[in-house]
Design a binder for this molecule. Structure first.
Ligand SMILES: [Fe+2]
Ligand SMILES: [Fe+2]
Length: 453
């Protein structure tokens, strides 16, 4: 059994950067110990395995305010059964997004851990990151199981093949087919260019190149969907994979991007966590998804601590960032703000993106057996919900304020960031109902035109 003291001594010998007295090493050791001793992951797995929609269908999964279309004119008109469904579908949508984000986390935990492994003294940090990766696998599995069963129960199998959906899918497939034919040639040129640029920009740091990337050989892993999907293309993420896997500073900087995911999730997951506590105290029935959220928040609190300590403290152990590293870090946070945080959804609470990307899903939902609306009725209601001020916008603004203040506090401490990132200026600008309505009016017009032609 290796004691903390022995680990500390090992660090002293091996690591040129580490000062064993630094508080963050104690915090990392403590987090790893508590995380491995807890049993939340096992509970999440069991809840996923035993989930039966019909046992949970008559209860709200958390506050009704956490429902798709909450506070819109459509919500006021909806029946009780429809309100329950909108509440359940919101949970499913949020955790589908979380599952994609966590799949990306699994990749970048491994890439960056492969850098930290080259620097003596960070063994516990690497063990914690590997442990987190294994936890995410169980989380994703449970979210997907609950999501699939709920969607089948509420929307039916045919909802996965709605004509509009098919039309959009066919277009995507055609584009994809074309791209795939071109792929081998372009991929190899791209990969070599990215490798050349990364090597050039990180000269002298070859010894830090991620073990994980080394094992991947000539292919460069990338991220799709989740937060990555709204930030940049999978091609751009290949470049980031190489960069986050090439220097200690950038490997640590990745955790400031991960912190955006941690905090975005916590903004609404905390509400489920509180609901669990309330129901538990009163001895009332606790719907399975609320219990999953509750235990997930507990697991994620370890991950959030790690994101925070790496992004705010550990990076200071390493050589100061070069001009290139500063530039790239700023571009990453800027794109993350622009893609994920610069809007305000009219129909999805705790979502700070424009509705333009969600309109096809709203359309599918209103034309599904759940609402059974005609094309004209759907367009009528979509316009009312997306292009006019209503209570839902104000509820969303409340969540916006919570996340904005959390993120400003977090990024405000990172001195290498530009003011636009340190002060979360794009997110601040996005918190406007008036601007959101204006953008929705344009998006709605285009959508209505595409459906009518
Ligand atoms: Fe997770
Ligand atoms: Fe996590």
């Amino acid at each position: 059994m290796v004691t903390t003291k022995e680990l500390d001594q090992k660090s002293k010998v091996l690591n040129q950067f580490v000062d064993k007295d630094k508080k963050h090493f104690q915090l990392i050791n403590k987090t790893y110990q508590t995380n491995t001793e807890s049993d939340y992951t096992e509970k999440i797995e069991a809840l996923g395995k035993n989930f039966d929609y019909s046992h949970n269908s008559n209860h709200f999964w958390g506050d009704p305010e956490l429902s798709t279309f909450y506070g819109t004119p459509l919500y006021e008109q909806a029946s009780h059964a429809q309100k329950l469904a909108l509440n359940h579908l919101f949970w499913v949508g949020q955790y589908q997004h979380t599952a994609s984000a966590e799949a990306n986390t699994m990749l970048y935990n491994q890439i960056t851990s492969g850098v930290f492994a080259h620097i003596g003294g960070y063994e516990t940090l690497c063990q914690e990151l590997d442990f987190e990766t294994s936890q995410e696998r169980y989380h994703i599995n449970t979210f997907q199981k609950i999501g699939y069963k709920t969607k089948i129960a509420l929307l039916g199998k045919e909802s996965f093949g709605n004509p509009l959906h098919k039309k959009l899918n066919n277009q995507t497939n055609n584009n994809l087919r074309y791209k795939l034919q071109e792929l081998p040639k372009w991929e190899s040129i791209q990969n070599s260019t990215f490798r050349f640029l990364t090597k050039l920009m990180h000269q002298g740091k070859e010894k830090y190149y991620s073990q994980y990337l080394q094992e991947k050989g000539s292919s460069i892993p990338t991220a799709t969907g989740g937060l990555a999907g709204v930030t940049a293309s999978p091609t751009a993420f290949k470049f980031l994979s190489l960069n986050w896997g090439s220097s200690p500073f950038l490997a640590a900087q990745y955790y400031s991007a991960r912190m955006v995911a941690n905090m975005s999730l916590k903004t609404y997951e905390y509400r489920y966590y509180k609901q669990f506590k309330d129901l538990d105290r009163k001895g009332e029935f606790i719907p399975t998804p609320i219990a999953v959220s509750h235990y997930h928040l507990l697991d994620e609190s370890f991950h959030t601590t790690m994101s925070q300590v790496i992004a705010q403290e550990v990076y200071r152990d390493f050589p100061k960032p070069t001009a290139y590293e500063k530039l790239l870090s700023n571009v990453i946070i800027f794109l993350l703000q622009r893609g994920l945080l610069s809007g305000l959804s009219a129909a999805l609470p705790a979502t700070f993106r424009d509705d333009v990307d969600f309109i096809p899903s709203y359309y599918r939902l209103l034309t599904s057996p759940l609402f059974n609306m005609s094309k004209q009725d759907t367009l009528h209601w979509l316009e009312k919900c997306l292009c006019q001020e209503h209570e839902g916008f104000h509820v969303n603004l409340k969540y916006h304020e919570i996340l904005f203040s959390d993120l400003s506090r977090f990024f405000g401490r990172l001195e290498y960031l530009w003011p636009v990132n340190r002060e979360m200026r794009l997110m601040a600008e996005g918190g406007s109902i008036e601007k959101a309505i204006k953008r929705n009016q344009i998006a709605f017009k285009q959508f209505a035109h595409s459906v009518n032609t």
